[in-house]
Write a protein that binds this ligand. Structure first.
Ligand code: FPP
Length: 254
């Protein structure tokens, strides 16, 4: 299904001051949305493709620079073989079907996640999409596939341990920056706004390091019904938050 490209929608994007640089989304509620309509869970994932494209267009329209979505977690392998197969095949097909459109929109596609267990055909499509879009810079669209926040940190720690063992790194020299440089995307900024659709209020092992000071928006809408206008509303709510990053200000004269 065709999605209105950025700038061509019926609704004008609002001018928003203080748009978050990095928005992350847990696209939840697909299964419940489908089951409530008497459909198999996989139909909910299928309906999520248009929601995703519309959200990407909306992010471009308001000037979000980085958008990271949770497409498949390291824990999602626990789902039924039928659902796992669907999600693998569907991620591959969505990438193949949408990469040219995203390329025209100026989107750079990146994959964040672990290689082991991931279908080879999915890795091939992810790498092809990365290669095709690598010169783009309007929006960095990160697809977390076979991704887990703890796995990402454990991978970084293993790398550091190997470097210490090889004498390339001193334990006393290990800082937060040492870890950041070994995450899947070291140059990506921290998450400013984490949105979770579907009404649940948890982080589910997503971007644990990068969300240290993220603001959270829990949107009750199931992912298949999410769209650019919902993103703009969640972003507007974010702009009203006071972010202190651990600092504090006295509000009364002492
Ligand atoms: C969580 O909903 C959603 C997923 C595990 C998969 C997300 C995938 C898509 C939206 C498909 C299109 C996108 C890409 C990137 C290919 P859930 O199944 O946990 O829903 P529930 O909480 O209602 O069970």
């Amino acid at each position: 299904m065709r999605v209105a490209p950025p700038g061509a929608g019926n609704n004008q994007a609002p001018q928003i001051e203080g748009v978050p640089r990095h928005v992350a989304i847990i696209m939840d509620g697909n299964g419940r949305w489908a089951n409530a309509r008497g459909l198999a869970r996989t139909e909910g994932h299928r309906a999520g493709e248009v929601a995703l494209m519309d959200t990407i267009a909306g992010a471009l329209e308001i000037g979000v620079e980085h958008l990271t979505v949770y497409a498949f977690s390291t824990e999602n392998w626990k789902r039924s073989p039928k659902e796992v197969s669907f999600l693998m095949g569907y991620s591959r097909d969505v990438l193949r079907r949408r990469r040219d459109e995203l390329n025209e929109w100026g989107v750079a596609i990146h994959w964040w996640g672990r290689r082991p267990r991931l279908w080879k055909s999915v890795i091939t499509e992810l790498e092809a999409a990365q290669e095709l879009t690598k010169a783009n810079s309007k929006l960095h669209f990160n697809m977390a596939v076979n991704y887990g926040g703890r796995a990402e940190i454990a991978d970084a720690v293993r790398q550091i341990a190997n470097e210490v063992e090889a004498g390339k790194l001193k334990p006393t020299g290990i800082t937060e920056d040492t870890v950041i440089r070994r995450l899947y995307a070291p140059s990506s900024p921290d998450v400013d706004l984490l949105i979770r659709t579907g009404g649940e209020q948890r982080i589910s092992n997503f971007l644990l390091w990068q969300c240290a000071y993220a603001e959270f928006a829990f949107n009750p809408m199931p992912w298949p019904e999410y769209c650019r206008e919902e993103l703009w509303n969640d972003v507007l709510t974010f702009t009203g938050r006071e972010r202190r990053f651990g600092s504090a200000v006295d509000r009364v004269e002492c």
